[in-house]
Design a protein around this ligand. Structure first.
Ligand code: C2O
Length: 542
């Protein structure tokens, strides 16, 4: 096993996209940031030096951080942010994980430009469960704003309205040739006729689920969220923000040029960017003169094609029999969705949401508020009162029909900082139910510190009598982020075997900012936390 020592300098750099140059927050001047390549069993020591003018923290999305929540990264949850001029070293151990993950800023909207791939190869000599091609290409999907995303966020926080949508989607930081001024930088991926390569797809977009397709080529899915799947072929991959999917692609078409493209899947009737980001898969040694000059364009799923998105997710299976917990100790039901907060003065400049309200979002009617004076984990570890209360409700305070036309009066979210306590090694089931309040919408829910099995999903209201009978307890996919279908539910299971304070939230950042989050406090078996590593000496202070 190896120790990878790296320095990540957070700094503003002028970047030009869509005809305009503006100061962009980067890591080491790169956008996307550096790719980390490690092996299962390795360790990382990444010193983050903050030379920007914003507080920041970095999160290693999907790394379990066993007994080491201090390296997880979400600001005010496991650490105070790294202030301008300060630094912090994330000491990470990879334990029994391999595949594609990624890292990103976990402070406000800095993640719009601060992200990169984190690739974990198997231990030396340990095989893949499928025949692994020689070449591996990270494909990171993102969003680009024509101005500082932090200003976009700040304006939305002031008005209470939905933030401006992005100006482009991107592949490895480039919008591609369908956008203005982007043609010369359009990425080209050369491929030898007959060759198979693995694409490591990462959805790093801030607020948008995306469909990904390559013209005329089939994609064979072999892994999601650092867990192998039973291979299956598809024309289109659906990824919610936070999710990763590895696919194999073989150059078995007429030698030529083919677009790979990503476009939004928009489950809500909300404004969104209806454009397409492209890169070009380019056969090498193609006959000159006769090959296509213009790349072949793929058929993309429609922006509201919930059927295609659902069909894709429903095909995922763990690559072997999965150790799914069978006896459930904690049976939780979380209603997740948007909400609107009424204003006393609906004409106020701070109430520019629908009908003079402010947007909010909640889980079981609690709209999560980040503490500002300390992190939840420090408060938990040191027994500091007044930061968080362990009274997050296991079921919604009001049960109602979640399938639509929900009266807002039923659902005025309460702002609070609440956690739910789990006993060490408890077998946990959570049913996540979209409330359809404001609009039915897919919420890609991410749990820190864990991988979970997705045992079932469906549309409409979850029926606790009927639906569990159809759960897949044999080979359900293992993930760290899963979408609640719009107007539907999804059920996940995991064993609470990682003590600490772990964030669970919607990975659509506008929803996270509106409070679609909660925290699990996981004990170590005797009600205390001796088995969690002590906090590092350089842990930032608030
Ligand atoms: Cu990838 Cu809490 O985030």
């Amino acid at each position: 096993a190896e120790l990878h020592v790296r320095e990540f300098v957070i700094e503003a750099k002028p970047l030009k996209r869509l005809c305009r140059t503006h100061q962009t927050i980067t890591v080491n001047g790169q956008f996307p940031g550096p790719t980390l390549e490690v092996r299962n069993g390795d360790s990382l020591a990444i010193t983050v030096i903050n030379r920007a003018r914003y507080n920041i923290s970095l999160h290693w999305h999907g790394i379990r951080q066993l007994r080491n929540p201090w390296a997880d990264g979400p600001e005010y949850i496991t650490q105070c942010p790294i202030q301008p001029g300060q630094s912090y070293t994330y000491r990470i151990k990879i334990e029994d994980q391999e595949g594609t993950l990624w890292w990103h800023a976990h402070s406000h909207w800095l993640r719009a430009t601060i992200y990169g791939a984190l690739i974990i190869y198997p231990r030396l000599g340990s095989p893949y469960p499928f025949s692994m091609p020689k070449r591996d290409i990270p494909i990171i999907l993102g969003e680009w704003w024509d101005r500082n995303p932090m200003d976009v966020l700040r304006l939305a926080q002031f008005t209470g309205a939905a933030p401006n949508v992005s100006d482009a989607y991107t592949i490895n930081g480039q919008p591609g040739d369908l956008y203005r001024c982007s043609k010369p930088e359009t990425l080209r991926f050369p491929i030898v006729p007959g060759e198979t390569v693995q694409l490591r797809l990462i959805n790093a977009a801030l607020n948008q689920e995306l469909f990904f397709t390559v013209a005329n080529h089939q994609l064979t899915v072999v892994e999601v969220d650092s867990a192998y799947t039973k291979p299956f072929t598809t024309n289109v991959v659906m990824l919610g923000p936070g999710q990763t999917t590895n696919v194999l692609i073989t150059a078995n078409q007429r030698p030529g040029r083919y677009y790979m493209a990503a476009r939004a899947y928009n489950s809500a009737n909300a404004p969104f960017d209806n454009t397409t980001t492209t890169a070009i898969l380019e056969y090498v040694n193609r006959p000159s003169g006769r090959g296509q000059i213009t790349p072949v364009f793929p058929v993309l799923a429609g922006f509201n094609d919930t059927a295609t998105a659902t069909a894709f997710f429903n095909r995922l299976r763990y690559y072997k029999r999965a150790p799914v917990p069978l006896q459930i100790d904690e049976n939780l039901f979380f209603a997740v969705g948007l909400g609107l907060i009424n204003c006393t003065n609906p004409n106020s400049p701070r109430c520019q949401g629908p009908n003079g309200t402010r947007f909010a979002a909640s889980m079981n009617n609690v709209s999560f508020v980040l503490p500002r004076t300390n992190s939840v984990m420090q408060a938990y570890y040191q027994g500091i009162p007044g930061i968080i209360t362990a009274d997050f409700p296991p079921v919604p305070p009001v049960q109602f029909d979640y399938t639509g036309n929900v009266s807002r009066g039923l659902w005025q979210p309460v702002k609070a900082t609440k956690a739910y306590k789990l006993k060490y090694k408890a077998n946990v089931q959570i049913v996540l139910q979209d409330t359809s309040i404001v609009t039915p919408e897919n919420h890609p829910m991410h749990l820190h510190g864990y991988q979970f099995y997705v045992v079932g999903s469906g549309f409409g209201n979850f029926d606790p009598k009927r639906d569990p009978a159809s759960f897949n307890l044999f080979d359900p996919p293992e993930r760290n982020t899963i979408g609640t279908p719009p107007g539907g539910w999804v059920a996940i299971r995991f064993v609470a075997d990682n003590p600490g304070a772990w964030f669970m939230h919607c990975h659509i950042d506008s929803h996270l900012g509106w409070g679609l989050a909660m925290v699990f406090l996981v004990e170590n078996g005797v009600g205390q936390l001796q088995s969690v590593q002590p906090p590092p000496l350089d842990l930032p202070r608030c």
